[in-house]
Design a protein around this ligand. Structure first.
Ligand SMILES: [Zn+2]
Length: 63
């Protein structure tokens, strides 16, 4: 089974929060939600993992 990356699994490019750390506001207080960029990178990781796509369905020759 492939690992699904969550925003918390990667370093946030915006505020620099380490894995398993919550994103921070500029004041240093934790944000309720991770930065969008962080979520996006996690999603991107998940997409790159699924490289084993099933081959396109072949069209059956007409008879
Ligand atoms: Zn962040």
């Amino acid at each position: 089974m492939q690992k699904l990356y969550l925003a918390l699994d990667i370093v946030c490019p915006v505020c620099g929060a380490q894995p398993q750390e919550k994103c921070k506001l500029t004041s240093g207080a934790p944000r309720f939600e991770s930065h969008v960029e962080r979520k996006y990178i996690a999603k991107d990781h998940n997409l790159k993992q699924s490289t084993t796509k099933p081959p396109p369905a072949k069209k059956l020759p007409k008879q």
